[in-house]
Ligand binder design. Structure first.
Ligand SMILES: Nc1ncnc2c1ncn2[C@@H]1O[C@H](C[S@+](CC[C@H]([NH3+])C(=O)[O-])CC(=O)[O-])[C@@H](O)[C@H]1O
Ligand SMILES: O=C(O)C(=O)Cc1ccccc1
Length: 247
């Protein structure tokens, strides 16, 4: 499968277009996300372990904004509860097409994997079925800020007792010094992973209009407003974190 390195922002682009999950991004996505998101492999691997603790028999497990299905693969490998199925959804046709190929490859390599359905669609228009695990791994930050609370409230309503939402996001920080420090350290992480100053600068301007991170405090308050009873951060690496929200 694709091992193509991410060079999408290596040449001067003049006007940098807004970031979109198109075919060019799909081709380099595994490399891009690993070199851009500190802790990403650890989060994905442990998401499967966490999900296995919350999964209830005969329920749906959602992977919202599934991209190439990395989280779906972890859910299928780790969850052992009877009668569970994974529903992966993404609104990028290019992502969904490649995701289905990766999942077919996973099917041919492992036995006893959970069944999976991959939907090309908008999570804002999704009719949720009763679910025990909802994973949103770096997807909420791409949803328009004014639509986030309603989406989380609908997820909360679909969650069964004993289940959980696992939410991973890039964070903003209310304290300007903390924000500057962790942003600088994230740039150092990208540099250490081989990105040039030009690549880092052009990617920053590509995502600034389409990806709007919130602070941990904003996440906690909104999750409580959406009806969740408890919010527990379980991972943070620099300005990237993952939370467990309990119904
Ligand atoms: N409204 C929407 N409806 C459906 N999908 C959407 C929507 N908005 C954005 N997306 C999709 O959400 C995904 C976000 S990437 C998730 C990584 C993955 N979870 C991973 O763990 O590898 C995060 C990142 O690239 O930083 C993209 O595939 C979008 O097409
Ligand atoms: O690259 C960045 O700076 C990010 O914040 C993460 C990211 C990763 C992949 C696509 C878009 C944003």
């Amino acid at each position: 499968m694709s091992k193509e390195p991410d060079r999408l922002f290596a040449q001067p682009l003049g006007q940098v277009p807004d970031f979109a999950f198109n075919e060019d991004v799909v081709r380099v996505f595994p490399d891009m996300i690993k070199r851009s998101v500190p802790g990403y492999p650890t989060i994905v691997e442990n998401l499967g372990v966490l999900a296995a603790q919350f999964a209830q028999p005969n329920t749906a497990l959602y992977d919202l904004g599934s991209s190439l299905g990395a989280v779906t693969q972890a859910l299928r490998r780790h969850v052992r509860s009877d009668g569970c199925r994974v529903i992966a959804i993404d609104n990028s046709a290019a992502m969904v097409e490649r995701c289905r190929q990766y999942l077919n490859a996973q099917d041919s390599m492992f036995q006893e994997l959970l069944p999976v359905e991959v939907i090309e669609g908008d999570i804002l228009a999704l009719e949720f079925q009763p679910a025990s695990v909802v994973a949103m791994n770096f997807t909420l930050q791409f949803i328009a800020p004014e639509q986030r609370l309603e989406l989380l409230a609908r997820i909360r309503q679909s969650l069964l007792p004993g289940g959980a939402l696992i939410l991973s996001e890039k964070l903003r920080f209310n304290d300007p010094d903390e924000h500057a420090l962790l942003t600088d350290l994230h740039v150092a992480f990208k540099r250490a992973n081989g990105y040039s100053e030009l690549e880092i600068a052009q990617k920053r301007s590509a995502i600034e209009n389409v990806m709007k991170p919130d602070s941990l405090e904003e996440h906690r308050e909104r999750l409580l407003a959406a009806g969740f009873s408890k919010v527990v951060p379980w991972f943070q690496c620099l300005n990237f974190a993952s939370l467990i929200a309990l119904p």
